[in-house]
Design a protein around this ligand. Structure first.
Ligand code: PDD
Length: 282
C-alpha cells in the first residue's frame, strides 16, 4: 500500500512527493532532520526531538519551516493518514531550492518533507539476541552535535559493518569511541553505565536523554566519559540507543563476545523501563 507523505504543505501519495533538483538539501546536504518513534500510534519523546531540531536550525542559521504547532500537527496527521501504529516519522528541513551557489540564498524558502516508516520497535527480535558491532575510524566533520543530512560517513560506516556481518559501527577518534553511525554508544562495567559526555563530537540523543532520566530514577549509575575499544571488549555489557532501536543490547564487538554473548541485566532493565515509558507517552 502506498504511503501518504508530506511535501511542502501537501499530503500526497509517495509516488507524487517530489522536490526540486535545485534543492540545497540535494546539492549541498544543506538541511537537518529528525527521526521520531511512534508506539501505539503515539509520538515518543516528541518534545526533545523538537528542541534538538530548533538547536540544529539555529546553529545552521535556518528558519523554522512552519510554526511549532503546525509541525506537531503534521506529525500527528501523517501518523493518522498512514494508520501508523508502530514505526518512525522522518522529517527533513532544507534551506530550499535556489540556483546553485554556496552562499545562502537571499530569500531562502525552506523545504519541509515528512514520511512514515512502519517498523517493529517494541518486539524487535534483535533486542532478544543482541546485535554485533564493529569499529571504524570516525571520519565525520567537527559538528556532530547538529543533526544534518550530511550522512555519507555514517552510510560508509554502516555498510562496512553490514559487510562484516554486524548491525552497527562504532566510530573511533583519538583512540576512543565517539558514537555509532546512527546511535549513541554505551558499555557497562561493575553495574555502572559508561557513555561519552555531550560535546560537538557526538549527537545529543533524545533516547540517551530519556535513558539518563530513567537510570537516575531507578538508581542506575551513569559515568560520562570516553572509553576505548579495548575497554569495550572487556565490558560486562554493551548497548546502543536511538529513536529507531530504543535501547539495544550488543553482544559482540569486533568479533569479541561481550558478557558471554547474551544481553545482560542492566541493558535488559533499561530497555524494559524505556518500553514502559514509550507505551504510555504521547
Ligand atoms: N539517528 N548519534 C547519531 C549519529 C545518530 O544519527 C542518532 C540517531 C543518535 C541517537 O539519537 P536519538 O536517540 O535522538 O535517535 C546518535 C537516527 C535514528 C537516524 O539517523 O536514523
Amino acid at each position: 500500500m502506498s504511503r501518504t507523505v508530506f511535501v511542502n504543505g501537501d499530503y500526497l501519495p509517495e509516488s507524487e512527493g517530489k522536490i526540486s533538483i535545485f534543492d540545497r538539501g540535494f546539492l549541498f546536504a544543506d538541511g537537518v532532520y529528525e527521526v521520531t518513534a511512534v508506539v501505539n500510534g503515539k509520538l515518543v519523546d516528541y518534545g526533545p526531538h523538537m528542541e534538538r531540531l530548533d538547536r540544529s536550525l539555529r546553529e545552521l542559521r535556518m528558519a523554522w519551516p512552519c510554526s511549532r504547532d503546525e509541525l506537531r500537527a503534521i506529525h500527528e496527521e501523517i501518523v493518522k493518514r498512514n494508520a501508523l501504529k508502530e514505526g518512525i516519522i522522518y522529517m527533513q528541513v532544507t534551506r530550499g531550492a535556489a540556483d546553485r551557489d554556496f552562499k545562502f540564498p537571499k530569500e531562502p524558502k525552506s523545504t519541509l518533507i515528512a514520511f512514515t516508516q512502519a517498523m517493529k520497535l517494541v518486539d524487535n527480535p534483535n533486542a532478544v539476541t543482541g546485535v554485533k558491532v564493529t569499529t571504524t575510524p570516525d571520519i565525520r566533520w567537527a559538528r556532530r552535535d547538529i543533526k544534518t543530512v550530511m550522512l555519507l560517513a555514517p552510510v560508509l560506516g554502516k555498510q562496512e559493518a553490514y559487510e562484516k556481518g554486524a548491525h552497527e559501527a562504532w566510530m573511533v577518534e583519538g583512540g576512543v569511541v565517539t558514537e555509532g553511525t546512527s546511535s549513541n554508544a554505551y558499555i557497562v562495567k561493575d553495574g555502572k553505565v559508561i557513555t561519552r559526555g555531550l560535546s560537538n563530537s557526538i549527537l545529543a540523543g533524545c533516547t540517551r536523554r530519556a535513558l539518563f532520566r530513567l537510570a537516575r530514577d531507578h538508581g542506575i549509575m551513569i559515568e560520562e566519559r570516553a572509553f576505548t575499544p579495548d575497554e569495550a571488549y572487556a565490558a560486562d555489557e554493551a548497548f546502543l540507543t536511538s529513536a529507531s532501536q530504543f535501547v539495544m543490547p550488543i553482544v559482540e564487538i569486533d568479533g569479541r563476545r561481550i558478557g558471554g554473548g547474551q544481553p545482560g541485566p542492566v541493558v535488559r532493565k533499561l530497555r524494559e523501563l524505556f518500553l514502559q515509558e514509550a507505551a504510555t507517552s504521547g
